[in-house]
Design a protein around this ligand. Structure first.
Ligand code: PMP
Length: 304
C-alpha cells in the first residue's frame, strides 16, 4: 500500500506533488526511453531510518542510463543527497523511493534528442503487507533477449514485457508470472529474481542469462554464503522449477516471497521452506541494521 509524499524532487528542486508535471510530447512517453530504480528506506533496530544499498541502486541507475546513452546531469553523490533529503522531508516512516531518468521534450521521432535528460525522484510512505506465499504461472511471453532489450538495464520500456506477463498471470488468478529465456531457461518474474532450493543447495540463474542483476538477489547470495548454504549460479531448466524443494522470489519491493506452486504444481516442501525462512530472517535483519554484512549497505536518514 503506497501513499505518495507531498513533494517530488524534479531536476534539482522539490515541487508539490500536483505540480510535478511533464509535457505530453515528452519523448520518454512516446518511446519508453527512460531508466529507473526502486529503493527502500527501512526502520532500523534503533528506530532511525536507513536506505538499503543506496549506492548500489544509484550505480545500477548509472549503468542503465549508459545503455540508453543518457548522461545523468547529477553525480551519484548529489542523487544520494537528494534521496535522503526527500526521505527526510517526508517524515519518519519507512519509504519507497523511485528515481527516474527520462528524456523531456525534444525532437519528435526515433532519432531521440539525448540532450533532454531529466531526473525525478518520487517517494511513498511504505506500509508492509502481511507475508503470504505466492502462486506463479509460467508466462507464454518470453523474457526479452539481451540483444533486443537487455534485461540488465532497468529501463521503463522493458517493462512492456514484464507487464504483459504480469497482467496475464493476475487475470488467470496467479500472483505473478515466471518468464523463460529464449533458450527456455528460467529468467525471472515480472519484477523479481527467482531462486530455487534442492537438497539444501540454493540455485539462481546467472546474470548472463538475461536478468536484472537484482540488489536483493546479490544480498541473498551473500547472506547464503555467510550462513554456509551452498550456492550455484547456473542456467536452470524449466523442469527444475517443477521438481525443487523450495522456490522464492526476491526484490526490493517484495523482499523475499516464498512461492508455493508453479503452474499449480506445489514445491516438494510446503512454503515457506527452511532455507527460504532462514534467508528471509537474515534479510529482514540486514535491512534493519542487525548483523548487516557491510556498513556501506545502510545510509541513515536524519529526519528533523
Ligand atoms: N527483476 C526485475 C525485472 C525487477 O523489476 C526487479 C525489481 N527491481 C528485480 C528483478 C529485483 O531487483 P532488486 O532486488 O534490485 O529490486
Amino acid at each position: 500500500v503506497l501513499t505518495p509524499a507531498e513533494y517530488i524532487w524534479m531536476d534539482g528542486r522539490l515541487v508539490a506533488w500536483q505540480d510535478a508535471q511533464v509535457h505530453v510530447l515528452t519523448q520518454s512517453l512516446h518511446y519508453g526511453w527512460a531508466v529507473y530504480e526502486g529503493i527502500r528506506a527501512h526502520e532500523t533496530a534503533d528506530g532511525t531510518l536507513a536506505v538499503f544499498r543506496l549506492r548500489d541502486h544509484l550505480a545500477r541507475l548509472t549503468r542503465s542510463a549508459r545503455v540508453y546513452r543518457m548522461d545523468i546531469p547529477y553525480t551519484e553523490d548529489e542523487l544520494a543527497a537528494a534521496t535522503t533529503d526527500l526521505i527526510a522531508a517526508g517524515g519518519h516512516g519507512p519509504r519507497y523511493v523511485r528515481p527516474l531518468v527520462y528524456l523531456g521534450y525534444g525532437s519528435m521521432g526515433v532519432a531521440l534528442d539525448l540532450s533532454a535528460v531529466r531526473v525525478a525522484l518520487a517517494s511513498w510512505e511504505w506500509e508492509e503487507q502481511a507475508a503470504r506465499n505466492w502462486r506463479l504461472m509460467t508466462s507464454s511471453w518470453r523474457r526479452t533477449h539481451q540483444d533486443t532489450i537487455p534485461p540488465l538495464a532497468k529501463a521503463t520500456g522493458a517493462y512492456l514485457n514484464s507487464s504483459l506477463a504480469k497482467l496475464a498471470a493476475v487475470r488467470a488468478g496467479y500472483d505473478d508470472a515466471l518468464l523463460l529465456t529464449d533458450a527456455g531457461h528460467l529468467s525471472e518474474s515480472s519484477a523479481a529474481n527467482v531462486f530455487l532450493v534442492r537438497s539444501g543447495v540454493l540455485h539462481t540463474p546467472p546474470v548472463h542469462e538475461g536478468i536484472l542483476p537484482g540488489i536483493t538477489r546479490a544480498t541473498v547470495l551473500e547472506l547464503a554464503r555467510a550462513a554456509g548454504i551452498p550456492v550455484q549460479e547456473r542456467p536452470l531448466s524449466h523442469a527444475e522449477a517443477y521438481t525443487c524443494d523450495e522456490l522464492f522470489l526476491t526484490g526490493t519491493a517484495i523482499g523475499i516471497v516464498p512461492v508455493e506452486s508453479l503452474d499449480d504444481r506445489p514445491t516438494a516442501l510446503p512454503a515457506p521452506g527452511p532455507v527460504t525462512t532462514a534467508l528471509r530472517e537474515a534479510y529482514r535483519d540486514a535491512v534493519a541494521g542487525k548483523n548487516t554484512p557491510s556498513a556501506d549497505w545502510l545510509t541513515s536518514v536524519r529526519v528533523p
